[in-house]
Ligand binder design. Structure first.
Ligand code: CA
Length: 198
């Protein structure tokens, strides 16, 4: 028994560090694939913008957020990410959410939604958290196939930087689609805790 225990511990340690290395390897491959995809989307948006004379667009790389979770339930980690593309000088930003699955051939982007798509889905589900064209959503955490988004909206007193009305909603990933699941926190004005103007 004396000689077995250290061996077992060593094997456990090796297995754990190997799993850790595999996970880190996946995270780095997935984030690289998502970054490349985001740059491609930005280039396309930029070409479209130049065509209609509205100016080039840029990717806000520092603001990209990555989340790793087993989204499709097959036991392997996948990835979800959010990023913004902006019109240079105009301050008009577009929010994006992408799902990247861990497939045999490598990281595969299987879903890309604009924040406007998510807002439409919320409105379609009768959720009144999203009130007007200046409101939006922001991916904030992922747990299994469940994605939690912060909703934000502007009070008349708010500046462009700082929408103060916030809530939380949950979407679920299944069958290569993202569907609205439930409201987690009703939208309220952050500072005062006052109910949103529904
Ligand atoms: Ca998976």
């Amino acid at each position: 028994m004396k000689s077995v225990l250290p061996t077992a511990l060593t094997l456990l340690l090796v297995a754990t560090s190997s799993l850790f290395a595999q996970r880190k390897n996946w995270e780095s491959r997935a984030s690289a694939a998502i970054l490349q995809y985001a740059r491609t989307i930005t280039a396309k948006e930029s070409r479209d913008a130049v065509d209609d004379g509205s100016g080039k667009r840029s990717l806000y790389e520092e603001g990209m957020r990555f989340f790793y979770s087993d989204l499709d339930g097959d036991g392997d980690p996948d990835a979800a990410a959010s990023f913004f593309t902006e019109g240079l000088g105009s301050g008009s930003g577009l929010g994006h959410t992408v799902i990247c699955l861990n497939e045999k051939r490598g990281p595969s982007i299987v879903l890309h939604l604009y924040d406007g798509d998510l807002s439409d889905m919320l409105r379609g589900a009768g959720v009144r958290e999203i009130g007007n064209s200046r409101s939006g959503v922001r991916l904030d955490s992922v747990n299994g196939s469940r994605l939690r988004f912060i909703t934000y909206d502007y009070h008349p007193d708010d500046g462009m930087c700082c929408p103060s009305i916030q809530g939380e909603v949950e979407f679920v990933y299944a069958d290569r689609r993202l569907g609205f699941s439930r409201v987690l926190v009703l939208a309220r004005r952050r500072e005062e805790g006052a109910p949103v103007q529904n």
